[in-house]
Design a protein around this ligand. Structure first.
Ligand code: ATP
Ligand code: MG
Length: 591
């Protein structure tokens, strides 16, 4: 709907784009200035026809004969220099604008709320930053140059025609309104098709991305044909729309030239009528015809360029739509240096989508500074959701969460997140060295022994030492060059390195073997002493020593207490525990 609204107001899009080039108005002005001269050389060339024919050929004037060749060289010299200046200047401004736009888009991307990413495919987003931006680039450099320069050329030539013989010139102008109507229609069509091309480009990127991400699954489940089918469909849709664009463009050019040509024919017929022939010289006539034929090329380019401009506008709309999206709410101004780590959930209910059911239902929970709280419960019971509300990955629908007594919405986002280190259920690493992954987010100089200490605590140093480049080994995209357990240990090291007062571990040791897990457990026990730790684990053995165990079921807290208490109570926890530690027969209820 926002796209439709934006489309009605394309002048708004122009203005906004222009706003981006405003800081570079000087270069822009120089380019336009150069274009004026460039355009003038065309008119001058047509004008030269008159003295050349009348002077050199008809009157055989020796001055004119000498002057004309020099004038031609001069004209081409001016044309060359001003052509370069205008093209280069426009490209410079255009590229600067694009650079800024991309920068803004990237910044905006980092500010967008998690819900945006839940709903947008990364392929579509990547396509915006690559394809869409390039369309704007083309429209605002090449297309704009052609537009300004050729329009100026047309104005210059037209002025010359009017000067030579206004009656003949006006005849030519009759074609104008018809051409304008045609261009208006064609433009509308260009814009419609551009939108579809853009969407299909997003589709292509998306299909490629899915195939890259899922390559192993595709191979083992034999999904090649299915995946190719999906790709071919978007690829074909793209081809079809591109061809429609080409057809419209290439049909409009000869149509417009036909209109202009008819006007030309009309003029020749008029000019060669006996009354006219008496009035005008050969030079005037030739100059007139040359000027008119010289108008055909700019007209053609101008018609052609409209498709680029429409593409650019549609792309700019899509870019602005991204830029105008609401960023994460960051209205809190309170900053805390280092939190004590007291966390309270008050009547917290949460739904990912307003229409859909609640994932958390009336959660009340108090966590004291330095406590280790473990969350257990069936898959999908809302554990990850509960902890992800604390760094405000999602905003609460109902209730409130406090940190050291402050509502987390009153804290500046950055300050809140500074207090939290997290190892998520899915390990995310960057294609960089191990050292940089561990010290991630910390600007400035980082001492290597600090990194080593974190890596030791996470039991990562053992495998890091084995690597030929040690801490300086590059680990590949998402850490593909490491094993699952190694990746997880790096993620733990990164969290420990941050040394935040709150530590969230969501299945942080799930990929580790029992031995490494025990070892990390021991290290963690040291580390969790002076910080509040929220830990989610399916393997109950890892959380037996937690200060509080919170048992969740279908978005509610159903039990809470220490390991021994909960076991003795014989409720949910006790039965979960029995299932994990019992033999399969016992688990099935056969005692
Ligand atoms: N980004 C999301 N958008 C919409 N629904 C979601 C999203 N993430 C989770 N859910 C839904 O919320 C519910 C709780 O999910 P959550 O990830 O909190 O469970 P969990 O207890 O961590 O499970 P697990 O032990 O499997 O990790 C699930 O029913 C899930 O379908
Ligand atoms: Mg989870």
């Amino acid at each position: 709907m926002s796209r439709a609204a934006a489309r009605q107001d394309s002048s708004g899009v122009y203005k906004r784009l222009l706003g981006y080039s405003l800081p570079y108005w000087k270069i822009f002005a120089v380019s336009v200035f150069a274009m004026v001269f460039f355009a003038a050389t065309d008119t001058a060339f047509a004008a030269l026809m008159k003295p050349m024919l009348d002077g050199s050929f008809v009157d055989k004037n020796p001055d004119t004969i000498r002057f004309i060749p020099l004038a031609i060289i001069g004209l081409f010299l001016i044309r060359g220099v001003t052509g370069f200046i205008s093209e280069y200047g426009m490209a410079w401004v255009g590229r600067q604008v694009i650079n800024n736009l991309r920068h803004e888009m990237f910044q905006q991307m980092l500010r967008l709320p998690t819900t945006f990413y839940d709903k947008t495919s990364s392929g579509q987003l990547i396509s915006k930053l690559t394809y869409d931006v390039e369309q704007v680039a083309h429209a605002s450099t090449t297309a704009l140059t052609v537009m300004v320069r050729d329009t100026l050329t047309l104005i210059g030539l037209m002025a010359w025609l009017l000067y030579l013989n206004w009656m003949l010139a006006l005849t030519f102008l009759i074609a104008g309104p018809f051409i304008a109507l045609l261009i208006a229609y064609v433009n509308k069509r260009f814009r419609r098709i551009s939108g579809r091309i853009q969407a299909s480009m997003g589709g292509v990127t998306e299909a490629v991305e899915q195939a890259i991400e899922g390559q192993r699954v595709i191979k083992i489940f034999g999904g090649q044909r299915h995946q190719t089918g999906i790709f071919d469909k978007v690829n074909e849709a793209n081809r079809r729309q591109q061809m429609k664009m080409t057809a419209t463009r290439e049909a409009s050019v000869p149509l417009i030239q036909l209109l202009a040509g008819s006007a030309l024919a009309g003029i020749i017929a008029l000019a060669t009528s006996p009354e006219m022939l008496k009035e005008i010289t050969v030079g005037t006539f030739m100059s007139f015809i040359v000027a008119m034929t010289m108008m055909l090329a700019p007209i053609k380019r101008l018609t052609n360029i409209h498709s680029s401009i429409q593409r650019g506008i549609v792309a700019a709309e899509s870019i602005f739509e991204l830029l105008d999206r609401e960023a994460e709410k960051d209205t809190g101004a309170l900053r805390i240096e280092r939190a004590r780590g007291a966390i309270e959930y008050h009547n917290v209910s949460f739904a990912y989508d307003t229409g859909k059911g609640r994932v958390l239902e009336n959660i009340n929970l108090g966590i004291e500074p330095g406590q280790t709280v473990a969350f257990v419960g069936r898959s999908g019971s809302g554990k990850s959701t509960l902890v992800s509300l604390l760094p405000r990955f999602y905003d609460l629908s109902i209730g409130r969460i406090t940190l050291d007594g402050h509502d987390i919405r009153d804290l500046a986002l950055e300050s809140l997140r500074n207090q939290i280190a997290l190892v998520g259920q899915e390990v995310i690493l960057f294609n960089d060295t191990i050292a940089n992954n561990i010290a991630y987010g910390r600007g400035g100089e980082v001492r290597e022994d600090e990194i080593v200490r974190a890596a030791e605590a996470a039991h990562a140093m053992e495998f890091i030492r084995q690597l030929p480049q040690g801490l300086h080994t590059v680990i590949g995209e998402k850490g593909v060059l490491l094993s699952g357990g190694q990746r997880q240990r790096l993620a733990i090291a990164r969290a420990l390195f941050k040394d935040a007062p709150i530590l969230i571990l969501d299945e942080a040791t799930a990929a580790l073997d029992t031995e490494s897990e025990r070892a990390i457990q021991a290290a963690l026990e040291q580390l969790v002493r002076n910080r509040t730790t929220l830990i989610i684990a399916h393997r109950l053995s890892t959380i037996e020593r937690a200060d509080v165990i919170v048992v969740m079921d279908r978005g509610r807290i159903v039990e809470q207490g220490r390991h021994a208490e909960l076991l003795a109570r014989g409720g949910h926890y006790a039965s979960l525990h029995r299932m994990q530690f019992a033999s399969p027969q016992e688990a099935a209820g056969i005692r």
